[in-house]
Design a binder for this molecule. Structure first.
Ligand code: G3P
Length: 214
């Protein structure tokens, strides 16, 4: 499973990248806005840190504008993936950009029928938002299971990029279901590694080591 960092905080990204476990980064307009910096500057800095797919989102809602923005974003760095919302105009834009060889991550996906059409439009990634579905008492991981099954049934090459992750259990369930990517807030990545029994066991080993004759 590929693990992406879901943040535009370059210092956090640098720290995570040093762990040697990050395969890419996803951003969105809200994450970019948090940084208070120019969009293009942040995206380029991220692309210089992490050698992997870097998702940068368009803000147009019409295909013509999406394509124009996507072409400009693609010029920022060879690893840029253009993020496009899962709407009808987004399908049109995705097909055009995909035909030009620009990878597209279709985002804000909340149904398997959306995911099916996005794959047919040539999206390189689909981003189902599991946390936001859970927030409205709808099983987000159930959507992942549907999409993974449909994509497998028809050999779609679109990668399932599980997004809106709220806990390590989302990542665990996504991995068990066979999703291609999980994009996680930094906090979740750290939570994935933390375990009290590891800490207790290590402390005991070190304490016992003190009694070993030197
Ligand atoms: O990549 C999409 C992700 O950032 C959305 O997460 O927590 O705003 O639903 P959230």
């Amino acid at each position: 499973m590929k693990l992406f960092a879901d943040t535009a905080d370059v210092e956090e990204i640098r720290k995570l990248n040093d762990l040697g476990i990050i395969d890419g980064v996803t951003t969105n307009p809200s994450l970019i806005a948090k940084e208070g910096r120019k969009f293009e500057e942040v995206v380029q800095e991220i692309a210089e840190i992490v050698d992997g797919p870097i998702s940068a989102e368009v803000v147009s809602v019409k295909a013509e504008g999406m394509v124009a923005e996507g072409r400009e974003l693609a010029k920022l760095h060879p690893n840029i993936v253009v993020k496009i919302p899962t709407i009808l105009e987004g399908l049109k834009a995705t097909r055009i950009l995909a035909n030009e060889g620009t990878p597209v991550n279709m985002t804000l996906c909340f149904s398997a029928t959306q995911a099916l059409l996005c794959a047919k439009a040539g999206a390189a990634y689909i981003s189902p938002f599991v946390g936001r579905l859970d927030d409205i008492h709808t099983a987000g991981m159930g959507l992942i299971e549907e999409i993974v099954t449909i994509y497998s049934n028809y050999d779609f090459e679109t990668e399932v990029l599980v997004a809106s992750i709220r806990s390590p259990l989302h990542v665990l369930d996504a991995a068990i279901l066979g999703a291609d990517v999980a994009t996680c807030p930094p906090k979740t990545i750290y939570q994935m590694m933390a375990h009290p029994l590891t800490d207790i066991g290590l402390a005991k080993f070190l304490a016992d080591w003190e009694s070993v004759p030197k």
